[in-house]
Design a binder for this molecule. Structure first.
Ligand code: ADP
Ligand code: MG
Length: 342
């Protein structure tokens, strides 16, 4: 075969292999887009575990008509424009690939209206070259993305979809994680027309604890110890479960770095170590923790799915987290973080 440039759809399908694993991955990308657009309310409608329909509607800033086609193109993003931006990411997205990838493996329509526009427009990408078609539509300010028949044209992927219940379970779990990252955003989840979750926007401590209990359960809230430690550019806050309450909460391990959910080895290790003396080895620490760090100090461009980060000063972050957890566990500890300064 001669060397040739791949048709757009095929190139996008290859990229989709990295980030679009199942319906929950689609929901993650779309909800993150809504959050990046400043939405305060997000409605998620799922049919058949997401294999038939995933519809996400937000009240964010919308996309102007002239850019709707670009939104569906690969390597097109409004979130970064230079290496400097890439080195200090403040948005959840930045790769400019999600919409192009998802629309290459489904029937995707995006409908949007901005405040400055009188009417809304819908866009979808057709054929092997993914040529974008636009048509007028009705929609309030904000954006709706509808994804039908996920993987209909990639049978090998479709075959890996699990039961409706399993796939919906992944979506539900994902939205729990997101609900804890943005207490200020209202999130509603429907499955097959039925309202399954309703996370109300919460501002006060009482409202936040209500959401925490809705996601993590009342036992977690009952045994929760508040964590709060700040030093220079680094801040850790959230809740950890006291060791006595840890037994039944093995699966509550939520960690966020600058609002992004993480599964990070370094963070996990620091937490485990802090708990070491107080937890039997067959039990896991339960926690909901938020790390805020200068975006220059952390690299999020490590993996396409972005659930790993690399801290420039890993050792210092590790020790900081360790100290914060230790002091929360042994309340009353008033240590001095100066010694840990890098
Ligand atoms: P990325 O999020 O990495 O920029 P995406 O493919 O997810 O890439 O989205 C491409 C672009 O489309 C975004 O940069 C943004 O400008 C626009 N966009 C996508 N979803 C929304 C939304 N819900 N509201 C407003 N703009 C959006
Ligand atoms: Mg995105």
């Amino acid at each position: 075969m001669p060397i040739q440039i791949l048709p757009a759809r095929l190139a996008n399908q290859i990229a989709a292999g990295e980030v679009v694993e199942r319906p929950a991955s689609v929901v993650k990308e779309l909800v993150e887009n809504s959050l990046d657009a400043g939405a305060t309310r997000i409605d998620i409608d799922i049919d058949k575990g997401g294999s038939r329909t995933i519809r996400i509607r937000d009240n964010g800033k919308g996309i102007v008509k002239d850019e709707l086609g670009l939104a569906l193109s690969r390597h097109a993003t409004s979130k970064i424009s230079s290496l400097d931006d890439l080195e200090a990411i403040v948005s959840l997205g930045f790769r400019g690939e999600a919409l192009a990838s998802i629309s290459s493996v489904s029937r995707l329509t995006i409908t949007s209206r901005t405040q400055a526009q009188d009417e809304a427009w819908s866009a979808y990408a057709e054929g092997r070259d993914m040529e974008v078609k636009l048509k007028p539509a009705a929609h309030p300010v904000g954006t709706t993305v509808e994804v039908l028949d996920l993987f209909f044209n990639t049978p090998a992927r479709r075959k890996f979809l699990r039961t409706e219940k399993t796939e919906f379970g992944h979506i539900d779990e994902l939205l729990k994680r997101i609900a804890l990252s943005r207490f200020d955003v209202a999130i509603n989840l429907r499955h097959n027309g039925k309202l399954v979750r309703q996370y109300r926007a919460s501002a006060t401590q009482v409202q936040k604890e209500r959401r925490l209990a809705a996601v993590c359960g009342n036992p977690f809230l009952k045994h929760a110890l508040a964590v709060e430690l700040e030093h220079g550019d680094l801040k850790l806050s959230g809740w950890i479960c006291n060791p006595q309450g840890a037994r039944a909460q093995n699966d509550i391990q939520y960690c966020y770095v600058n609002g992004r959910m993480m599964k990070d080895k370094l963070i996990n290790h620091a937490i485990r170590q802090a708990y070491e003396a107080s937890l039997p080895s067959d039990q896991y620490a339960a926690y909901v923790l938020f790390i805020e760090v200068d975006p220059h100090q952390v690299d999020v461009n490590v993996h396409p799915a972005k659930h790993e980060v690399r801290f420039h000063q890993g050792r210092w972050v590790h020790d900081f987290i360790y100290q914060a957890i230790q002091s929360a566990l042994h309340q009353g500890w008033h240590g001095d973080m100066e010694q840990y300064q890098a």
